[in-house]
Structure formats: structure tokens, C-alpha cells
Design a protein around this ligand. Structure first.
Ligand SMILES: Nc1ncnc2c1ncn2[C@@H]1O[C@H](COP(=O)(O)OP(=O)(O)O)[C@@H](O)[C@H]1O
Ligand SMILES: [Mg+2]
Length: 348
């Protein structure tokens, strides 16, 4: 799966195979690739098999605009590799793209890849095997919540608890870390994609307008708000009337969206609450002091930090560059590979 990758990078590599975005980080170079985890497939003539016609940004621009024989898919949906063949092809494509702009050397690298806390042993093994089969010198897997914490610069090795909540596209990962290990980790399938889905359902049922995924994500970014103090006014949107079938324009506001999304936010908060409830008391005391840190694209949702603070009483920090935390954290882990630290050896 990673064959091509290995011949282009002599340096060690960190990969965040996210449900929404794939990010590649190379030691000494930083983030060198950041593209949507999306692939556009076309049906071969005669209807047998499918052929890739676009990947990453190019595939995302096609989303919702494709004719019948073309499909845009997200092979990593829900936080696991749902479609191995397509995932493999997607990675190959990204690598080819990199190799045309810069040359790297070819000593077998060490690769750190993050896996969602909820992934099964079989899924973890499959990711590891494909990287090894491609000739990596060594492959280490790291839990997504741990990578997020490392990337956000939290003091994971300290004898004091840190809490991280990584809100991606498919999953929200909640982790509590102390002394270099995850004391608690959980993953729920409620995250950015769910928010988009609720927005489009709401606009269809309330305003009779059909919109695509790209539009609902745009609405979320422009006027999405989780707290009354961060409401962002109105937005005019276009789509197709659910009744007449004709193009139509409507105006929606931040407040109505916030109300429609209340249940979704509540579910995220319930996951955080559950983590707090099962945390040993000594660590709870630390969390009052340290608060929790939000990472992942969902951390950028306006007012989510305020809402979580209100509902849990904890201080909430939004990490710098939340979208890059996991990739950077895998990169940090590269530096500690020989230390036998807990956070790398937890996953076999
Ligand atoms: N400014 C923003 N406001 C709200 N949500 C955002 C913003 N930017 C990105 N997102 C959302 O973040 C999610 C992607 O986050 P990311 O951490 O890359 O996910 P993953 O790790 O699953 O690939 C998407 O649902 C996207 O819509
Ligand atoms: Mg992620």
C-alpha cells in the first residue's frame, strides 16, 4: 500500500489517515500534504469495475455535481478503512503528486500512523501489514487521541492528567492521558459529518430546500454556532426546491441552526461527561486545573468551546491549528520511538 511512498521519503514519515482529510508530515519538513480523503470513481465502459478519475481536492470539487456513472466516495468514512482498494489507490495518488514536486531519498523509513480508538485489532493489523509489506523499516501505530494530545503540545508524560477531545469528520475521540498513557479513550461516530447531515435535513424539512454536502459544510463554517454568544447572523443559500423541483434561494440564520443541532452537541457533551465520570478522582482533580483541549476540524466550530465549558465546568482550550494536531502528534511520536514510551507501545 505504501510502496511508492517509501521510495520517495528517506526521512521518517507520519500519516494522519483522517475520515475527512489525509495529512502527511515528514520529519524536518513539516506538513507536506493536506488533502480531502476523497476519491472520484467512474464506472468502466460495459459496467465492469471502476476507475479512479480524481482524488483529494479535485474529487471534492466534484462532490454532488457528478453525472450518474461517476461517484465521489470517502474510503475512510466512520474512522476506519471502509474500502481498502480505494484507500490504497488514494495514497498512491497523493505520493505521486508529492514526488513530482520534490525528490526524497530511499532508505526505508519508519512510519507512524494513527488509528481511531474504536478500530478493531483486524483493522489495525491490516494498516500495519500494508505499510510493512511495502518495505517500511518499522511501523508504529498510535491512538488518535494520543496523537492529538501530542500534537496539541499537552504534557502527556506528566504525572498530571490531560484531556483531549478530537472532533474530526467521522468520529469524535475523547482521551484522558496521564504518565504517557491513555487512562481513558473512547470514540463516538458523531462529529463534523453528522453536523453537516443535520443541517441539510433541517433545511429540507423546515425550508423545503434540497442542498448538497458541500453547501451544508459551507453553511456550518460560515454561520454554524454552538452557543448563543457566538451566533453569526444570516446567510442566503441556494439549492433545489423539494416541492417544485426548481432552483430556489432562501435565507437562514445562525440561531435556528443552533437549535436544530442541539441534540448533536448534546451527544458530544455526553461523551465528554462519561469520560469524566469514570476518571479516577485524583485525575479529576488535575482536570479541574488543566481543563480540556479541543483538536480536529470540529474544534473550529464557533462556540463549541463555550458550550462545553458551560456544560462541564471545565476550562476549554482550542489547540493551535486544530486540523493539523494529529499529524503533528504522529510526527512528535517519531522522535520518541526508541524510548519505550507507553504511548507508542500500547498498540501491537
Ligand atoms: N471552520 C470550521 N468550522 C467548523 N467545522 C470545520 C471547520 N473547518 C473544518 N471543519 C470540519 O472539520 C471536519 C474535518 O476535520 P479533520 O480533523 O480534518 O477530520 P478527520 O481527522 O476525520 O479527517 C469536517 O467535518 C469539517 O467540515
Ligand atoms: Mg483526525
Amino acid at each position: 500500500m505504501f510502496k511508492k511512498l517509501l521510495s520517495y521519503f528517506g526521512s521518517d514519515v507520519a500519516i494522519d489517515l483522517g475520515t475527512a482529510n489525509t495529512i502527511v508530515y515528514v520529519k524536518g519538513r513539516g506538513v507536506i500534504l493536506n488533502e480531502p480523503s476523497m476519491v472520484a470513481l467512474a464506472l468502466e465502459k460495459g459496467g465492469y469495475g471502476k476507475r479512479i478519475i480524481a482524488v483529494g481536492h479535485d474529487a471534492k470539487t466534484m462532490l454532488g455535481k457528478t453525472p450518474g456513472q461517476i461517484d465521489v466516495i470517502r474510503p475512510m468514512k466512520d474512522g476506519v478503512i471502509a474500502d481498502f482498494t480505494v484507500t490504497e489507490q488514494m495514497i498512491k495518488y497523493f505520493i505521486k503528486k508529492l514526488s513530482s514536486s520534490k525528490k526524497f531519498f530511499s532508505i526505508p523509513p519508519t512510519i507512524v500512523i494513527c488509528v481511531p480508538c474504536g478500530s478493531t485489532q483486524v483493522e489495525r493489523r491490516a494498516i500495519k501489514d500494508s505499510a510493512l509489506a511495502a518495505g517500511a523499516r518499522r511501523v508504529e501505530l498510535i491512538e488518535e487521541a494520543m496523537a492529538a494530545a501530542l500534537g496539541a503540545g499537552l504534557p502527556v508524560a506528566a504525572a498530571s492528567a490531560s484531556m483531549v477531545v478530537d472532533i474530526g469528520g467521522g468520529t469524535t475521540e475523547v482521551g484522558i492521558i496521564s504518565l504517557g498513557g491513555l487512562v481513558y479513550a473512547n470514540s463516538i461516530k458523531i462529529a463534523g459529518d453528522k453536523v453537516d447531515e443535520i443541517i441539510s435535513n433541517y433545511i429540507r424539512t423546515k425550508h423545503g430546500l434540497l442542498i448538497g454536502e458541500t453547501t451544508s459544510e459551507e453553511i456550518k463554517k460560515q454561520i454554524g454556532s454552538a452557543h448563543i454568544t457566538t451566533d453569526k447572523g444570516e446567510m442566503t443559500i441556494r439549492g433545489r426546491s423539494a416541492y417544485q423541483g426548481l432552483p430556489k434561494e432562501i435565507t437562514i440564520n445562525s440561531t435556528e441552526l443552533r437549535e436544530a443541532l442541539k441534540d448533536t452537541f448534546d451527544q458530544m457533551i455526553a461523551a465528554i461527561r462519561h469520560a469524566l465520570e469514570v476518571t479516577p478522582p485524583e485525575l479529576s482533580a488535575d482536570l479541574i486545573e488543566n481543563g480540556l483541549t479541543l483538536t480536529g476540524g470540529g474544534a473550529l466550530l464557533r462556540g463549541l468551546d463555550v458550550l462545553i465549558n458551560e456544560e462541564t465546568g471545565l476550562k476549554v482550550n482550542v489547540a493551535d491549528e486544530p486540523l493539523l494536531c494529529v499529524a503533528k502528534g504522529c510526527g512528535v511520536a517519531l522522535d520518541f520511538l526508541n524510548d519505550n514510551r507507553l504511548y507508542l507501545n500500547r498498540i501491537k
